[in-house]
Ligand binder design. Structure first.
Ligand code: 13P
Length: 253
């Protein structure tokens, strides 16, 4: 059974103290986590070690970086390498978030390089894809996300692909309060899985967790997560509230 994942993406929010408090509150809930469930906190770089210590004794709770650089090491002032993340034993790394694609001009090729570096270590990439509103309105979202997968992922071996978590995040639903309907989410998640199946076979495609992101809230998580091809969520705004994110964790199927 593939993993069902509740992943928080704090983005550039919260002070160190607020982050500590938020983690403490969520963890104090002692939410029952099933064997096929995972809870991931995507926190800012300076909080990674603190967050890691907080979940150190908890099964199926992991900490994720929100980005890494696409070069191994060297004169890249201000960047953080995969090797650095590995050296502090970080479990996951979000890559290709639409905010990074838009504000930092990250291309599909650059993301394929990040994937290779991450997979060269034991770090699980959470690869984001998703279309802007103009593409959705033109009705070409399936082709758009297929191209994102092809250009960033399709050079991977079957064995490596199985280590990747995919997050589908329609840009028009991020931070807008406008969620994809369950029908829209299921349809495009099924499409993404079929694209993976075409290239890698049904068995491999069925092992990949595909998360939905874009205004996931405590009151819509259950319905979204109940779609057969939606394997949990990547959550921005609602992950900054302990009560809300705890509810989202409890909505995992
Ligand atoms: P919101 O949940 O705030 O819409 O953000 C989604 C997102 O970008 C998660 O990566």
């Amino acid at each position: 059974m593939r993993k069902q994942i509740a992943a928080a993406n704090w983005k550039m929010n919260l002070t160190y103290q607020q982050g500590q408090e938020l983690l403490d509150k969520i963890l104090a809930e002692n939410i029952e986590i099933k064997v096929h469930h995972e809870v991931i906190f995507g926190v800012p770089f300076p909080y990674l070690i603190m967050a890691k210590e907080k979940v150190a004794n908890l099964k199926n709770y992991h900490i994720s970086a929100q980005n890494c650089y696409n070069k191994k090491s060297g004169a890249y002032t201000g960047e953080v390498s995969v090797e650095m993340l590995e050296s502090i034993k970080i479990h996951h790394c979000i890559i290709g978030h639409s905010e990074r694609r838009e504000y930092f001009a990250e291309s599909n090729l650059m993301l394929s390089e990040k994937l290779d570096l991450l997979l060269g270590t034991g770090i699980t990439p959470i690869f984001c894809c998703g279309e802007p509103l103009s593409i959705r309105e033109a009705g070409t979202q399936n082709e758009f996300v297929e191209k994102q997968l092809q250009e960033s992922l399709f050079h991977l071996s079957e064995e490596d692909l199985k280590k990747v978590v995919i997050a589908y995040e329609p840009i028009w639903a991020i931070g807008t309060g406008k969620t994809a309907t369950t029908e829209q989410a299921q349809e495009i998640h099924a499409h993404l899985r079929s694209v993976l199946a075409k290239k890698y076979g049904e068995d491999v495609a069925n092992e990949i967790s595909i998360l939905y992101g874009g205004s996931v809230k405590a009151n819509n998580a259950k319905e979204l997560f109940s779609c057969p091809d939606v394997d949990g969520g990547l959550v921005g705004g609602a992950s900054l509230d302990a009560v809300d994110f705890a509810e989202i964790i409890k909505a995992l199927q």
